[in-house]
Design a protein around this ligand. Structure first.
Ligand code: ZN
Length: 315
């Protein structure tokens, strides 16, 4: 069993409209945009990162907004819900805020002794806030959301699977322990994690596979401290029979990817070097940052990419 994985690193999803996406995550949820860059493989598409002040691993929600992308269809073989941690007693505030802002899909639930509020992102993305006891992580305070209510980072992701057997085995191999079970849901947690420690598997034998599109999670990334630990995990996964990509430099972390038995794409990402490697903490996410190989496209991309902020438009 591995011990290098310390919880979630980031979750990456797809959207259609960049500006709506930016508005939702910064103004509605009050996260900080910590990086404005482009998709490595499709540089005419943004890659937007939202999280806490510095984009601490375990807090980072990222998006590829493909203009005009069709909506996804929910199903199995995907992350169905991405859950954020908020303090105890915070859900009433969020319920009122979401109702006022017209956020869709509001639904209360209690699971594993924790209250959660489900809500939908701009493309029907499945989200929930969970009241978690004693989450010590420091929130980014923005958009009138104070310390008592602000999002701390991820609580967990919930994957929908036809059959959880192989994925449960994989999670255990990755260092997770099954900690609870209820109503067709198995809960796993990694000891000594970064706060985003939980994975839930929703077992849905008769539900069709998801069709990815806007509002779908593209992949979920797990955190390791550094490149050395990442290579240990890569070797162990390959020895177990997984097809794992070579290490890829993603500018703010190094990444390896592999497809899991239930259909979900996993990434293992390093905590190093982090989002402040190319801009000051005070100004994270403000300037358009381009990977070196796309730097020559800057003039064209600045023309092509939709402005995200009112200030940018006025400039
Ligand atoms: Zn990723």
């Amino acid at each position: 069993m591995l011990n290098q994985i310390k919880g979630l690193h980031h979750v990456t999803s797809m959207a259609d409209d960049a500006r709506t996406n930016n508005q939702f995550f910064t103004n509605t949820l009050g996260l900080r945009r910590v990086k404005k860059t482009v998709n490595f493989d499709a540089p005419d598409v943004y890659h937007l990162y939202y999280g806490d002040e510095v984009g601490t691993p375990g807090s980072v929600m990222t998006y590829f907004p493909f203009p005009q992308m069709a909506g996804g269809r929910a199903g199995t073989g995907e992350v169905g819900t991405t859950l954020f941690s908020v303090p105890k007693g915070a859900l009433g505030f969020w319920q009122d805020r979401f109702a006022k802002l017209g956020v869709q899909g509001l639904k209360d639930e209690e699971l594993f002794g924790e209250k959660r509020l489900h809500f939908a992102g701009p493309n029907g993305d499945g989200f929930a806030l969970v009241e978690a006891a004693n989450d010590p992580r420091t929130p980014w305070l923005h958009a009138g959301i104070d310390q008592d209510h602000a999002i701390r980072g991820f609580h967990s992701v919930a994957m929908r699977l036809n059959d959880d057997g192989a994925t449960s085995e994989l999670l255990k191999y990755m260092g997770y322990e099954q900690v609870d079970q209820a109503d067709g849901v198995k809960r796993f947690a990694v000891p000594g994690g970064n706060g985003a420690d939980v994975i839930e598997l929703e077992i849905m034998p008769n539900i069709a596979r998801a069709r990815p599109g806007a509002g779908s999670v593209h992949h979920v990334a797990f955190a390791v401290e550094n490149r050395e630990k990442q290579l240990e995990v890569r070797k162990a996964l390959m020895d177990t029979g997984y097809h794992v990509t070579p290490v890829i430099d993603r500018d703010y972390f190094w990444a390896i990817y592999f497809r899991t038995p239930g259909g979900v794409l996993f990434e293992i990402a390093t905590n190093e070097p982090g989002f402040d490697r190319d801009e000051d903490t005070a100004h994270l996410g403000e300037a358009l940052k381009l990977p070196t190989q796309h730097a020559h496209l800057r003039a064209a991309l600045e023309q092509h990419l939709q402005p995200l902020d009112a200030e940018t438009e006025a400039a």
